[in-house]
Design a protein around this ligand. Structure first.
Ligand code: 16G
Length: 242
């Protein structure tokens, strides 16, 4: 199979059109994790565009984490999940954009009242109703993460409204976070987490805590995600201090 061509009637810049064709090829598994991309000059020739344009398109996908460059070997479809540390995406979106199929296994789904600790992190008044979710996240059947979320009660119609994607359920009521604060810490998996994730006990993991807010500043989410250390790379573009 081949990577789709560029649409002749499309007004998007050429590098964006090439990015779209490559994204589609990854999502539809025409290109799989670890596959090498054709050389830049071959892509340029195949799509009838300049090498500079090809390079610009690939640079963008590398910084998004979809592609990875290996010194002297070329550009490959990223095999580990390279996740942007500065993009407010959901697990489901992260997987679908990489051609993987997301699934959630529920450990628990509950409704309750905010704890003193949650009321501080979420800025909710005591007595507020919240939803708590614990789940294992899978990609193509492989466990990737364990996540514990507390969601402000006003943001969901019911606990049952959450299917595979929490952010989809939040978007449905207009409460998907618009901004988030994240912190990342290295952890050794407990025996329990190691078992849920199918890794050896004391394996290295990444604990990411995300606090998500609406445009108006109200907090909707606090989630602790335990990501497999052997499956994720976090990437971010940095700018020099000016
Ligand atoms: C990601 C988020 C998590 C969010 C979840 C929603 C990080 C570190 N964490 O895992 O905060 O709750 O996505 O995913 O990115 P979903 O919409 O697929 O349930």
């Amino acid at each position: 199979e081949k990577i789709g061509g560029l649409a002749g009637d499309d007004h998007a810049p050429l590098y964006k059109q090439l990015q779209r064709a490559l994204r589609e090829a990854i999502q539809t598994k025409v290109l799989s994790p670890d596959d090498a991309l054709p050389a830049e000059r071959d892509l340029a020739e195949e799509f009838g565009i300049s090498r500079i344009t090809v390079r610009k398109a690939l640079d963008g996908l590398v910084s998004e984490g979809l592609l990875t460059r290996r010194q002297g070997a070329g550009t490959f479809v990223a095999a580990r999940v390279e996740k942007s540390f500065s993009k407010l995406s959901s697990f489901t979106e992260d997987m679908i954009s990489r051609g993987r199929t997301p699934r959630s296994e529920w450990i628990s789904k509950a409704e309750g009242l905010v704890t003193p600790e949650e009321s501080l992190t979420l800025g909710l008044s005591p007595g507020t109703q919240v939803y708590r979710f614990a789940r294992i996240r899978y990609a193509d059947g492989a466990p990737m993460a364990v996540e514990y979320s507390t969601i402000a009660g006003f943001a969901l119609s019911s606990a049952e409204a959450v299917g595979v994607s929490l952010y989809e359920a939040l978007a449905a009521t207009g409460h998907r976070p618009a901004r988030a604060l994240q912190r990342l810490r290295a952890v050794l998996f407990t025996a329990e987490h190691a078992e849920l994730l199918g890794v050896p006990p004391k394996d290295a993991g990444l604990l990411i805590e995300r606090r998500g807010f609406l445009k108006d500043g109200r907090a909707v989410e606090v989630t602790q995600s335990y990501y497999r250390g052997d499956a994720y790379d976090f990437v971010a573009e940095l700018n020099a201090l000016s």
